[in-house]
Design a protein around this ligand. Structure first.
Ligand SMILES: C[S@@+](CC[C@H](N)C(=O)[O-])C[C@H]1O[C@@H](n2cnc3c(N)ncnc32)[C@H](O)[C@@H]1O
Length: 256
């Protein structure tokens, strides 16, 4: 009797999301409690369909990508995104890899894009739980970014379109770096497959762009106690690393 009761207990946690100015309710299962067979089925089926139920999948996946020369202005051409935007195309592909499933959007993902190619850096945040209008093609994604960059950004998050937010600020201003366990994806790190990926906290995965990661950003990550991990022996594009991390987390969740 007692065991059955414990298995059904869950804990409500209000998470104050400083990085997007919103508060969300998550239902977190008591660690060590086991899933019933029907809950296991629900996780597997929901994960397959790309829709997540917060009472089962309580942890957020965050990705942070720095665009070292990415423009902070909307004045780039959708006809030539790589040549006119400081390689926003790379960040558009990262968005695609972070969210897009065969038939849906990952609800438990957020991505932060730090754009350093202007006088004042800006950060974009895309949040899966309410993201709309995202298509798999780069041009549509770039158009959504253009719209967000056209807003008069301040130091507070502003909503551009559903699930897309913008603010002034760089890596050091991201509070998410202080609230989560951070994993810095780097070619020379220990294999992610052999890491525990702290199951009790939200995880944030940090990546560089085609230019890698600046020394000042590496120093900040070091100060924050970041764990370095690798997704394999070859240097890959950032968007491909995101696919591999999502896949690794999917596999771990499916085997819970
Ligand atoms: C195209 S790579 C950067 C290449 C850049 N020319 C350099 O030398 O740093 C983009 C980012 O993907 C991540 N990355 C690439 N391959 C990786 C690997 N095997 N393991 C972990 N992260 C990787 C790193 O964060 C890297 O900064």
């Amino acid at each position: 009797m007692c065991l059955r009761f414990v298995r059904k207990v869950s804990l409500s946690i209000i998470v104050s999301d400083a990085d997007t100015g919103n508060r969300s309710l998550f239902l977190h299962k008591i660690p060590g409690s086991q899933k019933t067979e029907s809950e296991k089925t629900e996780v597997t089926e929901e994960t397959k369909r790309g829709s997540t139920k917060s009472h089962v999948l309580s942890r957020m996946r965050n990705f942070v990508v720095v665009g070292n020369v990415a423009t902070t202005s909307p004045d780039f051409s959708l006809e030539d995104i790589p040549g006119t935007s400081g390689r926003l195309d790379i960040l558009c592909r990262c968005i695609n890899s972070a969210f897009v499933l065969s038939h849906g959007i990952r609800k438990d993902v957020r991505i932060f894009l730090v754009l350093c190619g202007g006088d004042t850096p800006k950060t974009l945040c895309l949040r899966g739980q309410d993201l709309r209008h995202l298509n798999p093609d780069e041009r549509t994604t770039a158009a959504l970014m253009k719209k967000a960059l056209a807003l008069d950004a301040t130091e507070r998050w502003q909503r551009s379109t559903p699930g897309i937010f913008v603010r002034q600020g760089s890596l050091k201003d991201l509070s998410i770096l202080r609230d989560c366990t951070i994993y810095y994806l780097r070619e020379d790190g220990p294999d992610v497959r052999e890491q525990e990926l702290n199951p009790d906290r939200d995880a944030t995965f940090f990546l560089g762009d085609h230019m890698g990661v600046r020394e000042e950003d590496e120093t900040l990550l070091e100060e924050l106690g970041t764990k370095v991990v690798s997704v394999g022996p070859r240097s890959l594009h950032a968007d491909h690393c995101i696919v591999l991390i999502n896949n690794e987390l999917d596999r771990r969740e499916a085997s819970l």
